[in-house]
Write a protein that binds this ligand. Structure first.
Ligand SMILES: Cc1cc2nc3c(=O)[nH]c(=O)nc-3n(C[C@H](O)[C@H](O)[C@H](O)COP(=O)(O)OP(=O)(O)OC[C@H]3O[C@@H](n4cnc5c(N)ncnc54)[C@H](O)[C@@H]3O)c2cc1C
Length: 454
């Protein structure tokens, strides 16, 4: 297949055994990689279309029932998609937005396609959708690894117990996969193609008509590839040189803030990593550790651990230890409502919860502190895990991600080692915030958020 000259062969998986048949177009069913550049699935679709002298149609299926999504997430995603639609149009690629179940949208358009190309999603529902399309499509279906720098199965073919295991493999494979791909132009124009079924206008007010959960308001953060690139450029210039020193200091804004853009696939992780490597300096290693090793460890986790979003998915030593300490007296007990509203006796935690609710993010270091306290304030560690993940996913713009499950899981012992036994935490690494308080953070951080919600 000549199209494999443009995208690394290992990024492409064939999901069924149907042939590439004669059809009106090559369909790129976009789901996770919501970008018009640095997108290996788009490059592969364009190369395949060129090989078969066909146009490319990019379709996005917008469901009002996306798991755990609310207005905050939809607003950010649709603003990004609007930009992606315009960028594709400029490149001569036809984009169509459809309201409906993503696999149904893909299958309706697959009826006239020569082949379907899709991007990569690691969560349960994303895999189920792709499996459904692969089973029911009347043509070949290809999946392209778009969200990981190193294809996840190749990096490690089973669940990795720690970052150390994955790091070694990733470092060996990185030179092969850390390279940008060509941005191909379509060889056959597609703008005037007649497509089956009704379309929505990405430039219109699509949100107004969607029956979605509106309980969480949007945040004031510009969405889309251009905003992500601006943020990346600023980070590379101003913060990367000190990333290794500043990233764990919540009083400094020393991290990239790219996680919402990476979550929605609005920027390529390869582009981010290449940008960091080009700048170089002492912060690069620490940054690539987070961006590639830790992020791709979370992909490994959700791909290979079927109970990734439950307490049952944690390592046995952590589960057993936390259960053994479930009856230990807690310093205080709070209801889920008190926690959600940030009404504990800990101003530091309340400030983090307020920041999360108001802005859709918590500084990475504070997030660890935030996640660990659920164990101290809820008697049942399973309920504590569930609530931490729920609040993370409800309010965080980068939530509902593999890194959400791995991040909350880490607070409960995942990808970590056992520590000396102590009350409440058992053998799970404790974090009580003493260090944070010593740094005088309390005053600065709390003062910023103490006004509560607007
Ligand atoms: C309780 C808890 C919940 C978390 N929930 C999420 C979540 O919902 N979504 C999410 O993307 N991350 C989550 N993380 C991981 C981490 O906190 C965020 O990725 C990071 O704070 C995002 O900020 P940044 O973009 O400025 O990161 P930077 O420090 O600039 O890092 C660059 C990128 O690397 C990735 N990254 C960084 N740290 C981690 C990590 N520990 N694990 C996996 N990837 C990482 C992110 O994509 C990030 O954008 C969670 C961590 C904890 C402890």
């Amino acid at each position: 297949m000549r199209s494999l000259e443009y995208v690394e062969r290992e990024r492409v998986q064939r999901l069924n055994s149907e042939p590439i048949r004669s059809g009106k177009y090559v369909l790129y069913w976009m789901q996770a990689a919501q970008r018009a550049v640095g997108n290996p699935a788009l490059t592969f679709a364009l190369a395949l279309a060129r090989e078969h002298r066909l146009p490319v149609v990019v379709a996005f299926g917008l469901t009002p029932r996306y798991p755990e999504a609310n207005l905050r997430h939809y607003a950010f995603m649709l603003a990004g998609l609007r930009e992606t639609a315009a960028a594709l149009r400029e490149r001569g690629v036809r984009f169509t937005l459809r309201i409906g179940d993503p696999p149904q949208v893909a299958l309706a358009l697959a009826s006239e396609a020569a082949a379907v190309v899709t991007d990569r999603g690691y969560l349960r529902h994303q895999r189920t959708w792709r499996a459904e399309v692969a089973t029911k499509a009347p043509c070949a279906v290809f999946q392209v690894e778009t969200e990981a720098v190193v294809p996840v199965e190749l990096a490690y073919p089973r669940e990795a117990a720690s970052a150390a295991v994955l790091r070694r493999r990733i470092q060996t494979l990185l030179p092969q996969f850390l390279r940008s791909l060509p941005e191909l132009e379509p060889s056959v124009p597609a703008q005037d193609l007649e497509l089956p079924g009704p379309e929505a206008d990405p430039a219109g007010d699509v949100l107004a008509e969607l029956a979605i959960d509106r309980s969480v308001p949007p945040v004031d953060l510009p969405a889309g590839t251009e905003a992500a690139r601006r943020r990346l450029a600023r980070f590379l210039e101003e913060k990367l040189p000190r990333y290794h020193l500043d990233r764990n200091d919540p009083t400094k804004d020393g991290t990239s803030g790219l996680s919402p853009y990476l979550h929605f696939g609005q920027i390529s992780p390869v582009e981010v990593a290449l940008g960091a490597k080009e700048v170089g300096g002492p912060g690069v290693e620490a940054f690539l550790e987070e961006l590639i090793v830790r992020r791709e460890l979370s992909f490994n986790f959700v791909l290979y651990n079927s109970r990734y979003d439950a307490f049952a998915g944690l390592p046995a030593w952590a589960r057993d230890s936390l259960r053994r300490h479930a009856n230990d007296p807690r310093p205080a007990l709070y209801t889920p409502e008190e926690l959600e509203e940030g009404r504990t006796d800990d101003p530091l935690w309340n400030a983090a919860q307020t920041e999360l609710r108001r802005t859709g993010k918590i500084h990475g270091y504070m997030r660890m502190y935030w996640g660990k306290q659920f164990l101290r304030w809820m008697q049942d560690p399973e309920a504590a895990f569930r609530l931490a993940l729920h609040l993370n996913n409800k309010y965080a713009l980068d939530g509902r991600d593999p890194a959400s499950c791995a991040g909350v899981g880490w607070c409960f012992g995942l990808h970590d080692r056992p520590f000396p036994e102590r009350p409440v935490f058992g053998r799970v690494r404790p974090m009580t915030g003493a260090g944070l308080r010593r740094r005088g953070l309390l005053e600065a951080y709390v003062a910023r958020w103490q006004g509560g919600l607007p």
